[in-house]
Design a protein around this ligand. Structure first.
Ligand code: NAP
Length: 303
């Protein structure tokens, strides 16, 4: 099959389409004919070699976790879907999702009316949002500050937090303030003066902080919280030095939760954004957009 692969760590230009072996589903796995694959910032960090210590990646490698497509083959023990069903899920490594076919052990049927690119906005973002809010014990009456509310993970996180009864303040770039407001949060821009802006929006303080962006907002977060309690970052390696919790998983992939999100998305009860759709041949450009940190939603690849 054809897949986007890379033989050496480096910039987006190392990505190229090549022929790789067709993956074979093992017990408990389905094979999916890929119709859409989501790009996550993590993919760029692995591609660059920045994550070598955490994710040892034998080369050549095929990246990608978010996957949606059509079931093509069943491993032993699979009875909940049939060949030809439309599904969305988390692609298993090392086959990844940047190929014509992917393997998955956690997936859910796609509701009628939900297209493949929209579906791949959900797996990683949904799992990350739920895991983070659970870790922070965000609940009714909490005021939650979310750094990076306009991104793929942030959009889902804000809406799930509001649904839990939290008041959410979300940071985003100037161009994305109204987008964050539409998700149910009070928006504010990131950067100098953040503590004062958050104080103005939450005079009684914030109860919890989720730093999705990982762009140096932990000291401000500690000042706002008066300590490190109930602060979690998903991306700032200063966490260890500052004593802040860094959540990197392990992923708690729930097919049921994913199904619920897919259902809400198709009913218009959840907002996510497909930031752009790129054919496999344009993977380099897709990664440039994702690496830039301001994609404004999920960057999607299609075979
Ligand atoms: N640890 C985990 O389990 C886990 C799981 C998933 C993702 N992540 C990490 O979470 C991060 C976000 O992922 P994503 O998919 O949501 O990415 P994304 O869609 O690219 O979103 C990036 C977010 O960061 C904001 N941002 C960009 N530059 C900023 C700056 N200088 N200061 C403050 N905010 C800034 C963006 O705001 P504007 O676009 O409005 O400027 C946007 O809200 C990535 O680093 C990813 O690797 C970690």
């Amino acid at each position: 099959m054809k897949a986007i692969t890379f033989d050496t760590f480096g910039g987006p230009e190392v990505l190229h389409v090549a022929e790789v072996p067709l993956p074979v589903p093992g017990p408990g796995q389905i094979r999916i004919q890929v119709r859409a694959a989501g790009v996550n910032p993590l993919d760029g960090k692995i591609r660059s070699g920045a994550m070598k210590a955490v994710f040892p990646t034998p080369l050549p490698a095929v990246l990608g976790i978010d996957v949606a497509g059509v079931v093509d083959a069943l491993g032993d023990g699979i009875t909940d879907v049939a060949v030809g069903d439309r599904v969305v899920g988390w692609a298993d490594a090392p086959a990844g999702s940047y190929g014509e076919y992917a393997l998955a052990g956690a997936y859910t049927p796609l509701p009628d009316g939900l297209d493949f690119p929209a579906a791949v906005t959900l797996p990683v973002a949904g799992e990350t949002a739920a895991r983070s809010l659970n870790l922070l014990k965000v609940g009714d009456g909490d005021t939650l500050l979310v750094h990076g509310a306009s991104g793929a993970v942030g959009q889902v996180t804000v809406q799930l937090a509001v649904e839990r009864g939290a008041t959410v303040i979300g940071t985003a770039g100037a161009a994305n303030q109204e987008r964050v407001r539409a998700l149910g949060a009070s928006p504010t821009v990131y950067g100098p003066g953040l503590v004062e802006r958050v104080h103005a929006l939450a005079p009684n303080g914030v109860d919890a902080v989720l730093d999705i962006a990982g762009k140096g907002a932990l000291p401000d977060s500690i000042e706002l919280r008066g300590g490190i309690d109930r602060i979690v970052t998903l991306a700032d390696f200063a966490a260890q030095r500052l004593g802040v919790v860094f959540s990197a998983g392990p992923p708690e992939n729930s097919a049921d939760d994913l199904g619920t999100l897919a259902d809400r998305l198709v009913r218009g009860r959840l907002i996510t954004t497909v930031a752009g759709i790129y054919p496999f041949a344009e993977a380099e450009q897709a990664h440039r957009v994702s690496d830039g940190g301001h994609a404004g939603g999920k960057v999607v690849l299609i075979p």
